[in-house]
Design a protein around this ligand. Structure first.
Ligand SMILES: Nc1ncnc2c1ncn2[C@@H]1O[C@H](COP(=O)(O)OP(=O)(O)O)[C@@H](O)[C@H]1O
Ligand SMILES: O=P(O)(O)OC[C@H]1O[C@](O)(COP(=O)(O)O)[C@@H](O)[C@@H]1O
Length: 323
């Protein structure tokens, strides 16, 4: 039986993407176009999984004053909307896209009190069992304890659920030093370096750091590295996966699409190479589109066949760090 999939987004965002020709700090710009997308990490993961054809339940907190884009997204894609509405507005994050880069300006978000958080998490109690796959994604709202993911991982794993974690900063630090660890993590290289407290300049550095985490008991460590691709580390080995992207519509949400792809593969109990292919195909497919959307499933499958997989031994060798 296919696992039931839920995403948790405690700090969602409406992404306001503004296209300009050439961004110059300090200058006045004329926008070429603007769009608004319901976003935030778990929302994007749910959206890509729904495009893939998976049944997915989205949990978290939404500001009641501007919940409409999230409601439309869930309705359009058949995502089960279990978000709790709270007084106020969900943050708006600014994404400035020019000919070369995407510049992100992310807000803190609405403060959430204990009652809000308890209400947002309550549906997980009924959801989490040994056939559940739960994705915990993104930053946490102001005033939310940074240990929240560490505590949740323990609670979900006690109930038998498999847990994928994609966060950064203090919430990641707490989750990685807790006694009970997530099954899967997907930091990007910068987030992993911040956790390690040292630069990870080479692929060997990234592998060594990922292997330290695996040695502590995380089953699958995926480190995304932008256009360099991503590293996938499990007890099946270490793979580097990469695919040239076509014209980039927006890099926002590429990491979330990658998480969606690895969840899609985990739901199929796929081996490591298939996980790496599908996760990379999801990410690259998303890069061609603005907003957290994928093309039809057959196109994503076709991309997955084109992904270039290199055993990590060939790109530097597996390094086993200290526990
Ligand atoms: N310019 C690019 N060319 C090819 N693949 C890319 C590019 N940018 C991102 N990707 C793919 O998307 C994945 C996630 O992107 P990344 O920027 O590392 O994540 P995040 O959004 O979490 O920072 C990468 O591992 C890679 O597979
Ligand atoms: O929760 P955070 O870390 O503040 O990030 C939120 C932002 O990240 C996104 O989820 C995109 O994330 P990725 O580009 O890492 O996939 C945006 O939709 C959102 O604005």
């Amino acid at each position: 039986m296919a696992p039931r999939i839920a995403t948790l987004t405690l700090n969602p965002a409406i992404d306001q993407t503004i296209h300009v020709d050439h961004l110059v700090p300090g200058e006045v710009h004329r926008a070429l176009s603007m769009r608004l997308d319901a976003g935030g990490k778990g929302v994007n993961v749910a959206s890509c999984l729904a495009d893939w054809g998976a049944d997915v339940t989205a949990l978290g907190l939404l500001g009641a004053d501007n919940a409409a884009p999230f409601e439309s997204l869930c309705a359009a894609k058949g995502i089960a909307d279990r978000f709790v509405r709270v007084a106020g507005s969900t943050r708006v994050n600014i994404k400035i896209v020019d000919h070369a880069d995407t510049t992100d300006i992310n807000m803190d978000g609405m403060a959430a009190d204990e009652t809000d958080l308890a209400r947002a998490l309550a549906p997980l109690d009924a959801f989490a069992d040994d056939n559940a796959l739960v994705v915990l994604s993104g930053s946490v709202p102001p005033a939310c304890p940074p240990e929240i993911y560490a505590d949740l991982v323990s609670r979900l794993r006690t109930d038998g659920a498999r847990v994928v974690l994609d966060t950064s900063g203090a919430p990641l630090g707490h989750a990685l030093s807790a006694p009970v660890l997530p099954h899967v993590i997907k930091p990007n290289r910068r987030e992993l370096a911040a956790w390690a407290g040292q630069p990870l300049d080479t692929i060997e550095d990234v592998i060594a750091c990922g292997e330290r985490l695996r040695a502590r008991g995380i089953e699958l460590v995926v480190v995304s590295m932008g256009e360099e691709g991503a590293l996938f580390l499990s007890d099946e080995g270490a793979l580097l996966a990469r695919l040239d992207a076509g014209p980039l519509a927006s890099t926002v949400g590429a990491g979330d699409a990658m998480v969606a792809g690895l969840v899609a593969a985990l739901a199929q109990k796929a081996p490591l190479e298939r996980i790496a292919r599908l996760a990379t195909a999801f990410a690259v497919a998303k890069l061609g589109r603005a907003g957290p959307h994928l093309p039809q499933r057959s196109s994503v499958e076709a991309l997955s066949e084109d992904v270039v997989i290199t055993p990590a031994q060939k790109c530097g060798g597996v390094v086993h760090g200290e526990v």
